[in-house]
Design a protein around this ligand. Structure first.
Ligand SMILES: [Cu+2]
Length: 335
């Protein structure tokens, strides 16, 4: 080998080696929403990233709906969003993700806000949102000498494609679901004695990195008109939980139980009577049951809520979790 080419080999090796040793800062996003905030993408975009030990990832939050960036310890059971990871520093200094620490941004509801973590040990780390069960991802942390499969441009393209597919519902699944569930779609109410309000609609998408989901956070029949003595039923078709709340909603969170004036009908649906606009009635979280996964207790979810209105009037109500996104409705009761 001639002297110059030998030097080129040495130089080339040194460049590759030093590139691998320079910690990189990667970028990703959390959530996305339509202009009217009704469609909420509940996803990490993208939700699978390969990086080197020592690299950091910065997530930019992109919706008014709350999300968290959370990494649990190996074997740790999922805490509630309210419990989070006690004792961990949320922001500064930059939290380190490894298998023996629980790292949590806490719930973030400000579009444009960022959260950065650094990965100090090789391994594969599950990424969770503590508020949305169908919002997961994985971060593969590799030895610095192992080449990475993708660059930042690849992840940017993937994030924008996934966001577009979820936000604009390119398979048309959400309206189809709405139509199937709508009492007006076939001219007859499946539950003949009740007036129905479809409460949210949603879909889950599986990827190799985990789950992404999208919710249409609206009462599909914004205003329903009934006669005194009749009953309205709210049916959740969403992957997200919602509430039906009349009156004061101060301090209500998804962990707040139903108000004491709500009872269970024999089919498990919840039922209340609202006879004045000053009545306070809270359904609690109306949501699908957690799926029957290993080590999870099997408890049926409550997806139906009924209210009987004996007195004529106009009764406004809201989803106490998503009224800020425009999830409100009214019941007009004629004599
Ligand atoms: Cu809601």
């Amino acid at each position: 080998m001639r002297r110059t080419s030998r030097w080129l080999v040495v130089l080339g090796t040194a460049i590759v080696f030093s590139q691998a040793l320079v910690a990189e800062s990667w970028q990703a996003t959390v959530g996305a929403q339509s202009t009217d905030k009704g469609v909420q993408v509940l996803a990490f975009l993208p939700n699978e990233i390969w990086i080197h030990t020592g690299d950091s990832i910065t997530w930019t939050f992109d919706s008014d709906e709350a999300h968290s960036v959370t990494f649990l310890k190996t074997g740790q059971a999922r805490p509630t969003f309210a419990a989070g990871c006690p004792g961990t520093t949320p922001m500064s200094p930059t939290p380190e993700v490894n298998s023996s620490t629980c790292v949590n941004s806490g719930l973030i509801t400000t579009p444009g806000m960022t959260y950065t973590v650094v990965f100090t040990s090789p391994g594969n780390y599950t990424l969770l949102c503590l508020l949305h069960v169908n919002q997961t991802g994985i971060i593969h942390v590799m030895d610095p000498l192992v080449p990475l499969p993708h660059d930042q441009d690849f992840y940017d393209r993937q994030a924008s494609l996934e966001q577009r597919d979820l936000l604009y519902d390119r398979d048309g699944g959400l309206p189809k679901k709405f139509k199937e569930d709508s009492p007006h779609s076939d001219g007859e109410n499946r539950h003949a004695h009740n007036h129905l309000v479809v409460t949210g609609a949603g879909e889950i998408v599986a990827t190799p990195g985990g789950a992404q989901s999208v919710s249409l956070m609206r009462f599909m029949q914004h205003s329903v008109t009934i006669h005194a003595g009749e009953t309205v039923e709210w049916d959740s078709s969403d992957v997200s939980g919602h509430s039906v709340t009349f009156g004061d909603d101060t301090g209500i969170t998804p962990l707040t139980p139903r108000s004491s004036n709500v009872v269970a009908d024999s089919d498990g649906a919840l039922h209340a009577v609202v006879s004045s606009t000053s009545d306070n009635v809270h359904s609690g979280r109306i949501a699908p049951a957690p799926q029957e996964r290993t080590n999870l207790a099997s408890v049926p979810g409550v997806t139906r809520f009924r209210v009987t209105f004996p007195i004529p009037g106009t009764y406004p109500y809201k989803c106490a979790f998503h009224d800020g996104l425009g999830m409100v409705g009214e019941v007009i009761v004629l004599p």
